[in-house]
Design a protein around this ligand. Structure first.
Ligand SMILES: [Zn+2]
Length: 84
């Protein structure tokens, strides 16, 4: 079961459907040696697995050097400004 708090970015908890990078490893992009962004499909995958695991109302939030799961944050993995 993916642990969304275990990595430096929550999205890293799932394998990338796009470039195939394993959990914990940053995405590869063909255009350069280093990717600064994670693939959209991976974000979508992480979001859906996260909602499955923690419920549709949960969110994950930065907590010092790590991450903490808020069961009623309602934001998923994406930071959300609206609805406040
Ligand atoms: Zn990727």
């Amino acid at each position: 079961m993916p642990d969304f708090r275990a990595h430096r970015h929550p999205v890293l908890a799932v394998r990338c459907p796009d470039c195939g990078k394993a959990p914990g490893l940053w995405c590869i992009r063909r255009s350069g040696p280093r990717a600064n962004e994670l693939h959209l499909s991976r974000r979508a995958e992480a979001d859906s697995v996260f909602a499955e695991q923690h419920g549709p109302e949960a969110s994950i939030e930065r907590d010092g050097d790590g991450w903490t799961i808020n069961p009623h944050g309602r934001a998923g993995i994406r930071p959300q400004a609206e609805d406040a």
